[in-house]
Design a protein around this ligand. Structure first.
Ligand code: 3PG
Length: 305
């Protein structure tokens, strides 16, 4: 049985070591393909793999066609919009994610970026503080909940909206439940996005929503670039010179956004889950899920059921 780690953006070496231990303890072999620059390298590497551990790597129909022995793909992380689930199901391949394992890392980065933004990107002039500001969390999943926890430490007021999570659950976590996405944007000084990229959410963060924010509003995106309507956001930033857009996922129109000096920042490469801890948690969870899938038929975290 061969387990392949295929990560264009590699895990920390300590996480790879941990994965190797899990895989070898089960009697399987581990193969490693990191920092590949061409799709053909991936197609070659998957040819004899029974299982693959990936991150944001694109697993297209072509990959499934090339992976003749493949039975399971585990996305070491939360979002699985990079895997063609239809093609997986067609090929009889189980796809799983490892929900929650990298959530704290992403949530911590939200605050790293926020402090940087409200302190004027450390340009030496007076900025503002987070304490007392209202933070809106869009989607109260694993990352959103960690963001809420940390926000309280900063002394922020916290609101959240989640189309799939009842208001009582949000309130039970000591967070004010907004009635709608619209209300969240209208009421909050800062909105932090934690929605997945789905047919429903793609391009949903648009001019109308962001334009309804109070003066000085900040949108911070550590989720997916696809949820942003970039053309509309650019139009809005041109008109509302008080608004800021901070992101961990470089927009397609990065060059245009860069014109909004002092109001826009993007990390060069998605950094949210780039910690040793998150890599260890998600990577080892992925390895364990593969082992229990092969040994016990466990499909607990399957996302293409
Ligand atoms: C996730 O969906 O888990 C995060 O976006 C992290 O993605 P990454 O593994 O590509 O850093």
């Amino acid at each position: 049985m061969k387990v392949l780690i295929a990560t264009e953006k590699p895990f920390a070496p300590v996480a790879v070591e941990g994965i190797k231990k899990e895989v070898e303890a089960a009697g399987y072999e581990l193969a490693l393909l990191e920092k590949y620059t061409d799709k053909t390298q991936l197609l070659e590497a998957v040819a004899d793999a029974d299982a693959i551990i990936i991150r944001s790597d694109k697993i297209t129909p072509e990959v499934f066609d090339a992976a003749k022995q493949l039975k399971i793909v585990v996305r070491a992380g939360a979002g699985y919009d990079n895997v063609d689930l239809e093609a997986a199901t067609k090929h009889g391949v189980v796809v799983m994610n490892t929900p929650g394992q990298n959530a704290n890392a992403v949530a911590e980065l939200v605050f790293g970026l926020l402090v940087f933004a409200v302190r004027k990107f450390y340009n030496g002039t007076a900025g503002t503080e987070l304490m007392g500001k209202r933070l809106g969390i869009l989607a109260f999943g694993n990352v959103g909940r960690n963001v809420a926890r940390i926000a309280k430490g900063f002394g922020m007021e916290v609101s959240a909206f989640d189309a799939y999570c009842p208001a009582e659950v949000i309130e039970a976590a000591g967070v004010q439940a907004a009635k709608s996405q619209e209300e969240l944007f209208q009421q909050c000084d800062i909105v932090s996005l934690h929605i997945p990229a789905t047919a429903e959410t793609k391009q949903s963060i648009n001019r109308k929503l962001v334009g309804s924010m109070k003066k000085g509003g900040i949108v911070i995106n550590t989720a997916r670039k696809e949820v942003i309507n970039e053309a509309e956001l650019i139009e809005l930033l041109n008109e509302r010179t008080d608004l800021k857009y901070i992101t961990d996922i470089m927009p397609d129109a990065d060059a245009k956004f860069k014109e909004f000096e002092g109001r826009y920042f993007s990390t060069p490469k998605k950094m949210g889950a780039q910690t040793a801890e998150a890599n260890i948690n998600a990577g080892i969870a992925a390895a364990k899920q593969i082992v229990s899938f092969f040994k016990d038929g466990c499909t607990k975290f399957q996302v293409n059921k």
